[in-house]
Design a protein around this ligand. Sequence first.
Ligand code: 6PG
Length: 254
Amino acid sequence: MQASRSGKLNISLFHSADDLVEKAAELFGKAAKQSLSERGRFVVALSGGRTPRALYERLAVPPFSSSIDWTSTFMFLGDERCVSHDSPESNFLMAKTALFDRVSLAEANIFATERQDSDPEFAAADYERRIRSFFHLKEGELPRFDLIFLGLGPDGHTASLFPDSKALTENEKLVAANFVEKFQSFRLTFTFPVINNSRHVLFLITGKEKEDIVPLVLQDRENDGKRYPAARVRPHDGRVDWFIDRDAAANLNL
Ligand code: 6PG
């Protein structure tokens, strides 16, 4: 593994997606231990899509399945498609089959969205209400997640914050029902205020299909993320890591 920094961004380059997953699982375990010792709980937001599945499956087997205190671990979704939870498109279903069903995580520790397939606006407001209640937030306060996983889309989106979509400028809500032109559908997503209030954000970026967007997002980070949403992930009091494999980093001279 090679490490380098670009601004406040820590980039770790991995020889393969398997090496990346192993290190991400170790980081998860360490963050869990630290959060539990400092705050008595570990609060995580998962990303969806294809890349993170391998990590969730790795966490579901030893040593992580037995070494992590799942009873004090609380799982949220950083974004969700507006489909039913039994749809193959559902991020919740992916996390449930890859991880939730395979470790001793109580249902009360898992915060899935509700009615996202029938009423996106209700689902976003309801999820926000449950986040506010979980963190006991007062008016104007933001939740502070211990760890938020994110991915990077080939168009530079992250979570369901897509280029030119309305949620990019949402500064009040915690969760937005964001209409995505390219899919002609809504998606639920954490907004930047939530993501950038996190203690730690970890991007998992693998595959050749990301080789072009990776350098563009890094460059855009230097330009305050005017172009690509992923470039605007800059926790004001937290760490952001990119775990990237060789294929996705092909155009970087790391
Ligand atoms: C989703 C994700 C999305 C994802 C990127 C990258 O709901 O699809 O949250 O933001 O992280 O699209 O997806 P891959 O990692 O599968 O390429």
